[in-house]
Unconditional design. Structure first.
Ligand SMILES: [Zn+2]
Length: 386
């Protein structure tokens, strides 16, 4: 605290002595979202740590962004749950004050470092309507989970809190999915999902919920409903691809595309993995996902998970260049559940089909996916603690 306060003072003194206008670390404040969830993004020239201010109350959120220097106050109109915002100089940092349109709470807040062509640090505050509000479709279980997630921001992670992972084996029952020379997608997705469930549960860190555990048909809406009801921290859908050419092989990862949706800003836009599926896919039904079910706040968490997944899975299976993927294809998301879809390989490729149907090679893949899930949650905990 003291160190940060001194650093701020020194910076001010230097600026004053040179008579140059003192630069502000806060470049701009942007808002996105609606009445059920609103995202506030503060673009910064420096890394900060957030700390909730004492003057927060039911209709106001006050945060001190420690380490940021502001030369002048900034303010602007709100959006969604936020009526207005302002940034003021405060001891040790910049104070962000959000006046709310009624009661709302911080769902999460985190710092994103510069990346992917975005030069600024971004401090992100996701504000949600209180549980039970009309727009909230969360289950009682999800509500129980929420305060834990919020507390993690200011306290070391609650180690005992098991993350809830929903695994969705694609297809099933009368929907076989893609067909290989001698096997069906629905069977390899189920076998892999069951192995992944066992691997995750073995760690003691996860509670796994499956959208199906046998060869049954489960509609897409039902899969989403299961994820929402479970209060999932992560949703992973497993699939296997098919291609017109048996030579095409390799894994790929999809997360939600923002196509057709209003851009919030480059926070999500440039970070987004555009991982989209060929039009001819048998998985086209997945493309009929209700985009309005999704929240932008979930989007870059999904992208972070997709990135981690691809890094882990990618070192054992060649990944398709994303240029081959240019049609709309959306992973089904519940509003607050980061999600990704893994195409584990091409069942129409003899090598991939053999791998997907071999228990030992599946186990290797499962190990990589489990590592990716570990990595995703570990990174999230680090970010939340900044
Ligand atoms: Zn599929």
């Amino acid at each position: 605290m003291l160190g940060l306060a001194l650093a701020g003072g020194c910076a001010a003194a230097v600026a004053a002595s040179s008579r140059a206008p003192q630069p502000s670390d806060v470049a701009q404040v942007r808002l996105g979202g609606d009445q059920s969830a609103t995202r506030v993004v503060v673009d910064l020239r420096t890394a900060v740590t957030g700390e909730e201010g004492r003057d927060s109350h039911a209709n106001r959120i006050a945060l001190v962004l420690r380490g940021a220097v502001t030369s002048k106050s900034m303010k602007g109109e709100g959006r969604g749950l936020v009526r207005s915002w302002r940034i003021d100089d405060a001891p040790g940092g910049a104070r962000l004050t959000l006046e709310l349109n009624g009661k709302a709470q911080i769902a999460r807040r985190f710092l994103l470092p510069p990346a992917d062509g975005v030069a600024a640090y971004r401090y992100v505050v996701d504000v949600t309507a209180p549980p039970g509000a009309a727009a909230s479709a969360r289950s009682a279980q999800a509500r129980d989970v929420q305060p834990v997630a919020v507390r993690q921001i200011s306290q070391p992670e609650a180690v005992h809190a098991r993350k809830i992972v929903v695994i969705d084996p694609g297809h099933g029952g009368r929907d076989p999915g893609a067909a290989g020379a001698w096997s069906y997608e629905k069977n390899v997705t189920l076998a892999t999902a069951l192995a992944l469930k066992a691997a995750l549960e073995h760690t003691g860190r996860y509670q796994v919920v499956m959208t199906r555990v046998s060869d049954v048909y489960v509609p897409l809406e039902e899969r989403v409903r299961i994820a929402r009801k479970a209060g999932a921290d992560l949703f992973l859908s497993l699939h296997a691809d098919s291609g017109p050419d048996a030579a095409i092989h390799g894994a790929s990862v999809y997360t939600l595309s923002e196509r057709g949706e209003q851009r919030v800003g480059y926070v999500l836009g440039r970070h987004e993995w555009f991982l989209q599926e060929a039009k001819a896919s048998d998985d086209q039904a997945v493309g009929q996902i209700l985009l309005d079910l999704t929240q932008r706040s979930t989007r870059n968490r999904s992208a972070a998970f997709a990135q981690t997944l691809i890094e882990h899975v990618g070192d054992r299976a060649p990944l398709l260049p994303r240029s081959q993927r240019d049609a709309g294809y959306f992973v089904l998301l519940a509003p607050d559940v980061p999600a990704a879809l893994l195409e584990m390989g091409f069942i129409t490729n003899p090598g991939d089909e053999g791998r997907l149907n071999d228990a030992r090679q599946r186990a290797a893949l499962v190990g990589k996916i489990a590592q990716a899930i570990d990595g995703y949650f570990a990174a999230g905990a680090q970010l939340a603690q900044r």
